[in-house]
Ligand binder design. Structure first.
Ligand code: PLP
Length: 353
């Protein structure tokens, strides 16, 4: 604390990202990174972009990348916004669309950054409790609000929400913006992007960090009615015109163009996830049905915190949240087959009676 911080900063409670340890080599299953490297074409494009042109500013409108994303989803360029990771895109979205006179809605168990943004921006929020099985309470979202954010699949539960349920929420709330955070949609869910032409209050946010193995490049994007996108551009251009550098733009474009590599790696992760889910269930674990690149697990007899600590001693990092309702669960990112075999072997040792 310092007297030089303003009152708002003194009250902030920033997001705490999963550890990136430097002390020893762990099998890292704690931050939902992709175990596979980015497409070789991405590396090529990045190398080619490292040239004399770095002395020049990048394109502030990111036209070329927006066109590539628009083509991929069969929408128009002015329905796409790109930014420095989806966390930034989400922060801009909260600033642009959420109403400080009303209350913003999100689930009680969800991505913890949402709470951080509402605090930072002085927005009021109401937490809509998930049902006992961690499914979303659609009816809870059907009342007056100043904006809604829903991740699909949800984090950290990995639970997928059917598009019909999302649709009910968007339809009822035609006077406020509904953001669907699809960070994990490529691992088996169906994107709601097909609904943006029908619903001018729907904003879809996605990232290249998970399904395209580019957490280190920092690229995220939003898709929605062109009037929503125009609002995001206004805010972005009032803070920083150049949120994406030349290297990131080149790498992101190449990632979207290499559809084959993308299909191959995401399918591998889905197969590994389903295999590990079965093995854990056979060994007495409760595993919530996942459509993400991570699973949310608990054991009926051994405490999650204990398993977390034991796994760490054995060289495996997973994520434990000491928060109400989920403090007996572990979130485990899906690594490659070798890493997951090791994980299953070690976690079995933790629960032997
Ligand atoms: C990982 C994640 C993000 C952030 O992704 P970046 O693009 O790396 O900033 C956003 N939302 C959810 C739910 C996530 O899990």
């Amino acid at each position: 604390m310092s007297k030089f911080w303003n009152e708002r900063v003194k009250k902030l409670e920033p997001y705490v990202p999963g550890e990136q340890p430097k002390d020893q080599k762990y099998i890292k299953l704690n931050t939902n990174e992709n175990p596979y490297p980015p497409s070789p074409k991405v590396i090529e494009a990045i190398k080619a972009a490292a040239n004399f042109k770095l002395k020049l500013y990048p394109d502030p409108n990111c036209d070329s990348l927006r066109r590539v994303v628009a083509d991929y989803y069969n929408i128009s360029e002015d329905e796409v916004f790109v930014g420095n990771g989806s966390d930034e895109v989400l922060a801009f979205s909260f600033m642009t669309f959420f109403d400080s006179k009303k209350t913003v809605f999100f689930a009680d168990i969800t991505y913890s950054f949402y709470k951080v943004y509402t605090n930072l921006l002085g927005l009021k929020c109401e937490l809509i409790p998930l049902k006992d099985d961690f499914s979303i309470d659609v009816d809870g979202f059907l009342k007056e609000n100043g904006g809604i954010i829903i991740p699909n699949p949800n984090a950290p539960t990995a639970k997928y929400i059917e598009l019909n349920d999302i649709k009910r929420i968007i339809e009822y709330n035609f006077n406020s913006v509904v953001i669907v955070d699809e960070a994990y949609i490529d691992f088996g869910g169906e994107s709601a992007v097909g609904l943006i032409k029908e619903y001018p209050n729907l904003l879809i946010v996605q990232t290249l960090s998970k399904s395209r193995s580019l957490a280190g490049l920092r690229v995220g994007f939003a898709m929605g009615d062109s009037k929503l996108i125009e609002g995001l551009l206004r805010v972005k251009n009032s803070i920083n015109s150049y949120t994406l550098d030349r290297i990131a733009l080149a790498g992101a474009e190449a990632a979207f163009k290499d559809k084959e590599y993308f299909q191959k790696t995401r399918e591998k992760i889905i197969i590994t996830r389903d295999r590990v889910t079965n093995e854990l269930r056979k060994n007495g674990f409760k595993v919530i049905e996942s459509k993400a690149n991570f699973i949310f697990i608990s054991h009926p007899k051994i405490l999650a915190e204990h398993i977390f600590k034991e796994l760490k001693k054995k060289g495996i990092l997973v994520r434990y949240f000491n928060a109400e309702r989920i403090n007996n669960y572990l979130r485990v990112s899906i690594g490659n087959d070798e890493e997951m075999d090791k994980f299953v072997e070690k976690i079995k040792e933790c629960v032997i009676e």
